[in-house]
Design a protein around this ligand. Structure first.
Ligand code: VG1
Ligand code: CO
Length: 543
């Protein structure tokens, strides 16, 4: 087996975003595009020869081709063992777990997460470190820089590796080990949660539906919910992972999982509904005629996680990303828990989890996780909620309403303006940024800005600094608008506008979020001069 260096030209667009490299499939397919990127990742690691690497993906279109290219490069770079999910499949949380369980130096996850797939869709490559955590900022910057100077990559002349059978194959100094995509993860969930207790919910008649959105979680969910916990057969819908997700947009939210939301507002609604995204790190939970806002969910998890025996006495602290609503803050204060506010993206939670400063973290974008593994974890969040229902004997709606009663309801909404011209979007942000000093004191539509700043973060563990992480406009302590540009898109720009407002009058708890936040939405458009700068007035997605 000959190892050869192949000369290559750098690409100038391989900068990592909020969650790895995300590109259109047509871009990824360019000659040596994947090879350049993966070699750049390896060039930024130290002392990995002879060690273990994990590779998996969400099964989207091009997963199979990219994985074969990556295997050749990894063998040529002299990894000792490469652990691959069967047929190249591992959800993001499963990859994270496998990295730690098998003592790997890291893992490559092939996914563009919640972005659509198929030949005209998106593809992505993420790298997780030895903790199974998304590459921290320092490493992503280093990798991005390396992609711009790379002039060769290493490869071997190897036929395609058969990934359909579990077992080991040896190539030169490297063992390629194909493992079950689901077994390790499922066993781990059984260690964390009392499945016997959750099963009683189903035995006692809890009706349940889980939408895998034709994405990676189907096999995990069928095993856990139907086969082990006893949910009725067929409770997991869209259970077969498809390369194009069957045309679905695998993002579980009010826009893209509308079929599930609609079902939950009919008479036939089951007691509990959930869905996950393309790579299985996000979750959405619904109850009959009730949508669980992910920011509220984080608050509830903070309140109740230590009723689950595995977490008893282990709730060291909690973190939320800055745009996540402040619903959790009051709970953290009440429980006397150290609390952190990080920039958007899971990579900022890793150091806090490793240092045991936090046990739980979450984002408004349907992400939650704990120290059990250092990615967000959709099925874990659903199991945590089911455990809390089992421990408390309450329903999702009851628990959430009790939260509102105690702390007020924080209405939270994200309005995204997708497909903007990148220059327009940058101009809008730059203009807001220059206005920051003069905004406090300004009243728009009767709402007065009290503070205006661009969020910056210093990691309390590593000292790393992240600047320019979103523009925050505060209107007193209970109302807020946040503006930031998405870092997961593959073309143009997406402006994200986050609206938060706490209402303490219970007679308004059942107001429609669109009504409760209508004025604030209008303020966001006026203050940013949205129409003039982007030509838009209505968001493309609301979640
Ligand atoms: C979005 C979300 C962010 C999340 C990220 C990755 O990023 O806002 O909260 O961590 O997606 O999620 P952005 O930059 O587009 O706003 V996933 O499910 O792709 O791993
Ligand atoms: Co995801």
């Amino acid at each position: 087996m000959d190892i050869t260096a192949i000369k290559t030209e750098p690409y100038t667009d391989q900068t990592l975003g909020t969650s790895g490299l995300r590109k259109k499939v047509s871009v990824i397919k360019q000659q040596n595009y994947v090879e350049n990127f993966v070699q750049s990742v390896f060039d930024c690691l130290e002392n990995f020869e002879g060690k273990t690497l994990v590779i998996g993906g969400d099964g989207r279109y091009y997963n199979d081709r990219a994985i074969q290219a990556i295997l050749k490069i990894a063998v040529a770079n002299q990894f000792g063992r490469i652990i691959v999910g069967q047929n190249g499949i591992l959800s993001t949380p499963a990859s994270s777990h496998v990295i730690v369980k098998y003592g790997a130096v890291g893992g490559i996850i092939l996914s563009a997460s919640h972005n659509p797939g198929g030949p005209d869709g998106d593809f992505g490559i993420k790298f997780d470190n030895e903790h199974g955590a998304p590459a921290p900022q320092e490493l992503t910057a280093k990798i991005s820089a390396r992609t711009r100077t790379i002039d060769h990559f290493w490869t071997v002349d190897l036929p395609d590796v058969d990934l359909s059978q579990i077992g080991e194959q040896t190539f030169g100094n490297t063992v390629i080990q194909v493992i079950s995509s689901v077994d390790d993860y499922v066993a781990y969930m059984q260690e964390i949660f009392d499945f016997g207790k959750i099963k009683k919910l189903f035995d006692n008649g809890l009706t349940f539906i889980y939408d895998a959105m034709n994405a990676v979680t189907g096999p995990y969910a069928v095993r856990i919910f139907e086969e082990i916990l006893g949910a009725e057969k067929g409770s997991v819908i869209h259970a077969v992972p498809l390369p194009d997700f069957g045309g679905l947009h695998p993002e579980p939210n009010l826009t893209y999982a509308k079929h599930l939301v609609d079902l939950m507002y009919t008479e036939n609604a089951p007691d509990f509904a959930a869905a996950s995204d393309g790579d299985g790190d996000r979750y959405m939970i619904l109850a009959p005629s009730f949508f669980l806002n992910p920011s509220d969910s984080l608050a509830v998890l903070t309140q109740y996680l230590d009723t689950i025996p595995f977490y008893k006495g282990r709730l060291t602290g909690v973190a939320r990303s800055m745009p996540t609503s402040f619903a959790v803050d009051a709970v953290a204060t009440d429980k006397n828990l150290p609390f952190y506010q990080t920039p958007t993206g899971w990579k900022f939670f890793g150091s806090l989890l490793t240092a045991n400063k936090i046990a739980l973290c979450g984002e408004e974008s349907f992400g939650a996780g704990s120290f059990h593994l250092q990615e967000k974890d959709g099925i874990w969040a659903i199991l945590a909620w089911l455990s809390i229902l089992a421990e408390t004997g309450k329903t999702v709606e009851q628990i959430t309403r009790e939260l509102w009663q105690k702390y007020g309801r924080v209405f939270a909404m994200l309005q995204s303006y997708e497909g903007l011209d990148a220059t327009d979007a940058n101009t809008l942000m730059a203009r807001l940024n220059t206005q920051l000093p003069t905004l406090p004191g300004t009243s728009i539509q009767g709402e007065t800005i009290t503070e205006a700043f661009n969020f910056a973060y210093t990691d309390p563990v590593t000292g790393e600094i992240a600047q320019n992480q979103g523009i925050c406009l505060l209107f007193g302590t209970d109302t807020r608008i946040v503006f930031r540009l998405s870092g997961t898109g593959s073309s143009g720009a997406t402006l994200r506008v986050y609206l938060n407002k706490r209402i303490t009058d219970p007679t308004h708890f059942d107001d429609a979020p669109a009504d409760a936040l209508a004025t604030l939405a209008e303020v966001s458009r006026i203050v940013s001069d949205l129409k003039k700068l982007t030509g838009r007035h209505t968001p493309t997605t609301i979640t």
